[in-house]
Design a protein around this ligand. Structure first.
Ligand SMILES: Cc1cc2nc3c(=O)[nH]c(=O)nc-3n(C[C@H](O)[C@H](O)[C@H](O)COP(=O)(O)O)c2cc1C
Length: 277
């Protein structure tokens, strides 16, 4: 295992295509090395994840910060029968079936108006911000779970595709009004190393003093080339989109979002009782 400084340097160089300065006297470099080299894992060993370990990781994840201490995120540890049903709904993501454990992270916008009702108070805040806060809380809890799982050597892969079947998942998990699924999560002991995926250059996503898009087209092009040199793509739906002269990240994302995705999600969220105005 390389020392943490070399590991961070190497990971960030591969991730962003540039050197990031590291103060070698910092404490916590092991933790940073872990964060810098993280990646999703979709292949798992046939080894169970003990329920006690899952519970420990969930408790750590739910220790995440929460907007105004409102605590609007929940987790469901999904049973094997429901996991298999969800896997049946999403046949092109076979790791949902093979994952030793499957969780669903929820935005819970129910408790807060219930508190108002219990305490005989008005609730004049039924608008988009409440949905947004609950969804952000759920995302932070999800990210904290990923870090906790990574720390003990588990691999994870979030699954937003469960939202293609929001109503089914909601019924299956008995989600009450104002509680919605944000993402599923495959959890297991990785059976291979996975790969570190390159990110947009820091000049695109890290800004000093003010936002600066720069020459967006040139930056995207440079990223596409850098990324393709590390890890190629299997072209998405060539029958529909044809052959690309060069197939990179931007072509892939443009194809992905060139077909409608979850156009009914807003209707589902409203049906679940959230106001999105
Ligand atoms: C909220 C969220 C939802 C995701 N949903 C899916 C999914 O449905 N299926 C999947 O295979 N990967 C999913 N991913 C994983 C991403 O594809 C992955 O993070 C991305 O390709 C970058 O790879 P990396 O995490 O290894 O750097 C999701 C990730 C996040 C954060």
């Amino acid at each position: 295992m390389p020392d943490p400084t070399s590991s961070i340097r190497d990971s960030l160089q591969r991730r962003f295509g540039e050197a990031v300065a590291i103060d070698e006297t910092l404490t916590g470099l092991d933790a940073l090395a872990r964060i810098a080299r993280r990646r999703v894992h979709r292949r798992y060993a046939e080894r169970p994840v003990e329920p006690a370990l899952l519970r420990l990781l969930c408790a750590c994840a739910l220790s995440a910060p929460s907007k105004s201490d409102l605590q609007q995120a929940d987790i469901v540890i999904v049973n094997k029968a429901d996991q298999a049903t969800i896997a049946d709904l999403i046949p092109d993501q076979p790791f949902i079936r093979t994952a030793p454990a499957f969780l669903v992270f929820l935005a819970n916008g129910r408790r807060l108006p219930e508190l108002s009702r219990m305490r005989g108070k008005p609730f004049p805040n039924d608008h988009l911000d409440q949905f947004f806060n609950a969804a952000v809380d759920a995302g932070i809890v999800l990210a904290t779970f990923l870090a906790a799982a990574d720390a003990v050597g588990l691999g994870t892969c979030p699954i937003s595709v469960i939202r293609d079947h929001s109503q089914r998942v909601s019924d299956m998990l008995k989600l009450p009004q104002r509680v919605i699924p944000v993402a599923g999560l495959c959890v297991g002991w990785p059976s291979d190393a996975g790969h570190l995926s390159a990110r947009l250059g820091l000049e695109s996503t890290l800004h000093q003093d003010h936002h600066d898009e720069g020459d967006l087209a040139a930056r995207i092009d440079a990223y596409d080339r850098r990324r393709a040199a590390i890890h190629g793509y299997k072209p998405r739906d060539p029958a529909r989109w044809g052959e690309a002269m060069f197939y990179g990240w931007s072509e892939d994302k443009a194809r992905q979002y060139g077909v409608p995705q979850r156009a009914d999600f807003g209707a589902f969220v409203r049906r679940k009782g959230f106001c999105l105005d």
